[in-house]
Design a protein around this ligand. Structure first.
Ligand SMILES: Nc1ncnc2c1ncn2[C@@H]1O[C@H](COP(=O)(O)OP(=O)(O)O)[C@@H](O)[C@H]1O
Ligand SMILES: [Mg+2]
Length: 236
């Protein structure tokens, strides 16, 4: 595969049910690929396969020219594949600063405090570092987790519904942050969002999943005009 990151023909069975049917996606540096589809379409399951938490039945996953299909989660992460989750779960007993310290120490050679300050600035996390992570609101939790990921300098970020739980002004700010990751750092984002209208503002490419199958892909405008997409969304 020539693309920076992608998968080819991924199928997945969970508990005896086929969840994904030959799904293929591909994306390049500095691109935002939006993965959309109704609830239960298989978006999160695809992320589980891509990041290495679920083994797939068939198909291949590629990163920077290597076939990573058989690699464990941590190896993929070390190669530059980052992933965020729909629920922003932060450490319950650590402050923001202690959370950053844990990330710094996990990296060999250790990262400096400067690396954490850089990441915090990049995600607009302005809350004092002695604040316990557990008291943070949804947006600050997302910012903290994203900053921790950025300290590892990923080349691809899989983000599962990053706008969920945020108010409109926060979603606008998140768009600005994501744009910067893409434009200044060349990171490739794969973004799950079940609200079609939110994607059109940010995504270069949209892929629509329905019942575990890709039913459309192209620019957001092309995809939103597609009859199968309208049927999946509005006539379900
Ligand atoms: N661990 C699991 N075991 C069995 N079925 C699952 C599991 N995870 C998800 N599913 C099923 O897979 C389908 C797709 O779920 P999911 O990937 O979470 O969809 P989406 O993220 O698009 O809302 C759903 O029908 C869901 O019930
Ligand atoms: Mg999901």
């Amino acid at each position: 595969m020539d693309a920076l990151f992608g998968c080819d023909g991924i199928s997945l069975t969970l508990a005896g049910r086929q969840i994904l049917h030959k799904v293929s996606i591909a994306t390049d540096p500095g691109n935002i690929l939006g993965l959309v589809g109704p609830n239960g379409a298989g978006k999160t399951s695809l992320f589980e396969v891509l990041c290495g938490r679920y083994p797939c039945d068939e198909g291949s996953i590629y990163l920077k020219g290597s076939n990573i299909t058989g690699l464990p989660f941590l190896k993929r992460a070390r190669m530059g594949l980052g992933r965020t989750y729909q629920s922003p779960v932060v450490p319950t007993t650590l402050t923001i600063g202690e959370t950053f310290l844990a990330v710094r120490k996990a990296r060999k050679p250790y990262l400096s405090r400067h690396d954490a300050e850089w990441a915090a600035r990049l995600v607009h996390l302005h809350t004092a570092w002695d604040t316990p992570a557990a008291v943070l609101g949804a947006f600050d939790r997302r910012k903290l987790l994203l900053a921790c990921l950025l300290m590892r300098e990923p080349c691809v970020l899989l983000m599962d519904e990053p706008a969920s739980g945020l108010i409109n002004a926060e979603i606008d700010e998140l768009d600005v942050i994501m744009r910067r990751l893409v434009d200044e750092y060349g990171i490739s984002l794969v973004l799950i969002e079940h609200r079609l209208e939110l994607l059109s503002a940010v995504a270069d490419t949209a892929v629509v999943l329905d019942l575990g199958e890709v039913i459309a892909s192209g620019t957001p405008d092309q995809v939103f005009a597609d009859e199968r997409v309208k049927a999946a969304y509005f006539e379900a």
